[in-house]
Design a protein. Structure first.
Length: 491
């Protein structure tokens, strides 16, 4: 018996199939879902890319990817063999309406017309419109076809609008799945449960009780062979415009009327619209950008960003960003939301720190630390609430901070599925709740664009930091200017 969450039989076509994302994330995610019985052996996974590979060559790459990126305890030779037998390859130039499309079209010739089709576009975003035009021109869009757009959707507001317009010519909005893999992370979805299933937090969730919020996504890795993409993007476009703003929306939004896709996305959109606009004059005071130089990360001396790009390359692309944002609403008033993301930082951690206000008056001689709720998105997923306690002992009322600590691994003893597992299955089911609607993407670009522009006009605003540090000193100054400190600097 297939499990109750089994999906209908589908054809999943990935454009950009020879790229890192397909090998590292998409194929392993599909394998895990297959392993759990959610995908039938009759489904097909069709890689599409320009390289002239044979089906066997691509299957060989797919198998190596599974052996490399799936944990050994989840690998089973028979399952891998069955999975790889579902994989096909088609050499096609997505952007040109040439005869290579006939091969792809033929692959669909004999299949049932009501079979679900998903076209996942993991190419450069400027090809999205042309690929969709070709899908339509070759009669490949059926009533049960959906398209998935990998981020980034464009380079700025104008290019995002152009892509959305072009794709929208061939697909209605409810069939366009704009992916932001942070929304597929269990711990990010858990924010909805934490806030709206636990009145104890929601009663305190406003400027009345909250002093400030920090959202950090720190990475130890550098640009890892993605220099060409990254150098045109930078941390603001790569992480803040999408992942961190989406997390901020879930932290700051009002309770949605239901968990329906539009109820949730309407509330997120209101947060994006309520973000205080940052003008060019504000940028030096509320936003910091940095680029890493050579340094020690863990035990390893790693090269500078410019060295990673290649000899003789110059660039003022930022690999670190810190921003002070405000959500101008009745709930949040002037509560600062500090957003921070960077590469080559000392540890990999994505977390939200909610710091509560201090007691209005203290009857204790000991210094009181404010309560903090720390939501660890990854790794060591969990929640901590720091509270002040009496230090046990005969020395009178001496206070000490300790944590109420929930480790999800211990509490639920289950494997954390990769974000893509949930999201890919949602695209098959046609459930858009964890995907970005067009207006959200455009509102996010509207907010970040003045920052991008101000930095472009002032290349001298780039600060340098050593790999293995927590970013440039200017990031420390940014937060201390308002009397706060980054989590790792707190007592
Ligand atoms: C991607 C970015 O969207 O997210 C990468 O393009 C980044 O540069 C990655 O490394 C981080 O994802 P995660 O899930 O490891 O936090």
């Amino acid at each position: 018996m297939p499990p109750s969450n089994a999906t209908d039989v589908f054809d999943y076509v990935v454009f950009g199939a020879t790229g890192d994302l397909t090998m590292r994330k998409l194929l392993p995610a599909l394998y895990h879902r297959f392993r759990d019985g959610q995908i039938s052996d009759r489904a097909r996974i069709i890689g599409a890319a320009r390289s002239p590979l044979s089906g066997d060559e691509f299957r060989g790459r797919a198998e190596s990817a599974l052996r490399r990126f799936v944990k050994p305890d989840a690998l089973d030779d028979d399952l891998v063999r069955r999975f790889v037998a579902m994989v096909f390859y088609c050499s096609v130039n997505g952007a040109e309406a040439e005869s290579s499309w006939d091969t792809l079209t033929r692959l669909f010739g004999d299949t049932e017309q009501d079979r679900i089709r998903v076209f996942y576009l993991a190419t450069s975003p400027d090809l999205y419109g042309r690929i969709c035009g070709n899908l339509s021109g070759h009669g490949l869009i059926t009533d049960t076809t959906r398209v998935v757009l990998e981020k980034p959707i464009g380079h700025d507001l104008e290019s995002a609008r152009a892509i959305n317009d072009e794709v929208g010519r061939y697909f209605e909005e409810q069939r366009i799945f704009r992916i932001d893999h942070y929304l597929g992370k269990e711990t990010v979805q858990n924010l909805i449960a934490l806030r709206f299933a636990n009145p104890v937090f929601e009663r305190l969730w406003s400027a009345d009780a909250i002093d400030h919020v920090q959202i950090t996504a720190a990475e130890t890795v550098g640009v890892e062979g993605r220099g060409d993409y990254y150098d045109h993007s930078g941390a603001l476009r790569d992480m803040i415009q999408n992942h961190l703003l989406q997390v901020l929306c879930l932290v700051a939004m009002e309770p949605p009327g239901s968990l329906g896709a539009d109820d949730l996305r309407n509330e997120k959109l209101k947060v994006l619209h309520a973000l205080k606009p940052i003008t060019a004059a504000d940028v030096p005071h509320v936003a910091v950008r940095g680029q890493y130089g050579r340094g020690l990360v863990g035990q390893e001396i790693v090269p500078a960003y410019l060295e990673e790009l290649g000899e003789g390359r110059q660039s003022d692309t930022e690999t670190f960003v810190a921003i002070r944002a405000e959500v101008h609403s009745w709930r949040w008033g002037k509560v600062p939301f500090y957003l921070r993301s960077g590469k080559r930082l000392p540890s990999k951690v994505s977390e939200i720190v909610v710091q509560f206000r201090e007691t209005p008056w203290s009857i204790f001689a000991s210094k009181l630390e404010p309560n903090r709720l720390i939501i660890r998105l990854q790794p060591e997923e969990g929640i901590q609430l720091s509270i002040m306690n009496k230090d046990p002992g005969p020395d009178g009322m001496v206070l000490r901070q300790a944590n109420i600590d929930v480790s999800f691994e211990k509490a639920f003893s289950t494997r954390y599925p990769d974000a893509y597992e949930r999201l890919l299955m949602d695209t098959v089911r046609g459930d858009p709740v964890l995907f970005m609607r067009r207006d959200e993407v455009e509102a996010a670009w509207t907010w970040v664009e003045p920052i991008l522009k101000a930095w472009q006009d002032k290349p001298g605003s780039l600060h340098h930091y050593g790999a293995g540090s927590w970013g440039p000193a200017a990031a420390h100054d940014l937060i201390s200017a308002t009397g706060h400190a980054w989590h790792e600097e707190m007592g």
